[in-house]
Design a binder for this molecule. Structure first.
Ligand SMILES: O=C(O)CCC(=O)C(=O)O
Ligand SMILES: [Fe+2]
Length: 291
């Protein structure tokens, strides 16, 4: 209920007038104003999940928790920890910053609660969650999907089929539609019809690894054939960069082995970002600019 009110009164209203809706597409990026902290404008087609065409038909803006340069994690150059870049071109930069920062903090609380509920169902307790949620990587992306050309190839994607990298994703979508999830039994793509005030919650790769596949991180994609632009705001809660993700013994059934050897959150995230942006994660960071 509170979450709903925040969406309606604060976030949605402010976002519509003040944020990604005002960002103009850019062909070229300019020099970064604030070091390489994986923040800022993400140019059109820079991510490419399926690698069948020249890149996904979306652009966006990356934000996370806005940390000062003297924060110990920032000093230690931990994965995706640093100051935000906020756009200067928007009508009300103060409102823009406040809107996204407030939303980041609400979405973080919701994500932690979702994780608690998930681990309740496994009977695992949540002791480790405090450690996991300490100084987390939690990325907010403001995405814009231009309408795809009606004559575009069948392989055109707003975002190619993928699973989410982190623990849990809280996704806001506008009323345009275009998000689809793959039915694992039939292989069919099912439309996720937007419901006003509702969020889509995805379990990510970390949960799938923790639970040895008992909780699935499902394939999804966006295909925007609607003829109008689509906006969405995914929030990815990925946990502490140094946290070691290790499959729970209780989730390994007789005759099974763990699908993954233990890995840290930052090792996993770096690999997945590098795969989907077609190169090294540091190259991507260089392309994210203050505007
Ligand atoms: O825009 C959407 O609805 C989905 C975005 C998404 O799946 C992602 O960024 O991981
Ligand atoms: Fe996703």
């Amino acid at each position: 209920m509170v979450f709903r009110r925040i969406f309606r009164e604060k976030f949605y209203a402010n976002l519509r007038i003040s944020s990604v809706y005002q960002l103009k597409p850019r062909k070229n990026t300019t020099k970064e104003a604030v070091g390489g902290f994986d923040r800022g404008y993400e140019r059109l087609r820079s991510q490419n999940f399926e690698k069948l065409l020249k890149g996904d038909l979306k652009e966006g803006y990356f934000l996370a928790q806005d940390l000062p340069l003297d924060d110990p994690y920032v000093q230690a150059r931990k994965w995706a920890q640093g100051p935000n870049k906020y756009p200067s071109e928007v009508r009300d930069p103060y409102l823009w910053k406040k809107t996204v920062d407030d939303y980041h903090s609400v979405a973080s609380k919701v994500a932690k609660n979702v994780l608690r509920v998930i681990f309740d169902t496994l009977g695992e307790g949540h002791d480790f969650l405090d450690e996991f949620c300490e100084h987390p990587v939690a990325v907010l992306r403001l995405l814009h999907y231009p309408p795809q050309d009606p004559n575009a190839s069948d392989l055109e994607r707003g975002i190619g089929a993928h699973t989410d990298f982190g623990a849990v994703t809280i996704l806001l979508q506008d009323s345009t539609g275009g998000l689809q999830v793959r039915d694992r039994k039939t292989g069919e793509w099912i439309d996720i019809v937007p419901i006003p005030d509702a969020v889509v919650v995805n379990t990510g790769n970390l949960i799938m690894c923790w639970t040895n596949g008992r909780y699935v991180s499902n394939l999804h994609r966006v295909v925007n054939k609607t003829g109008v632009g689509r906006y969405s705001v995914p929030f990815f809660f990925d946990g502490n960069p140094d946290f070691l993700v290790k499959c729970f013994d209780s989730c390994i059934k007789d005759g099974e082995v763990a699908t993954h050897a233990p890995f840290t959150v930052s090792e996993w995230m770096k690999g997945r970002y590098a795969d989907s942006f077609g190169g090294s994660a540091s190259k991507v960071a260089k392309e994210m600019v203050q505007i």
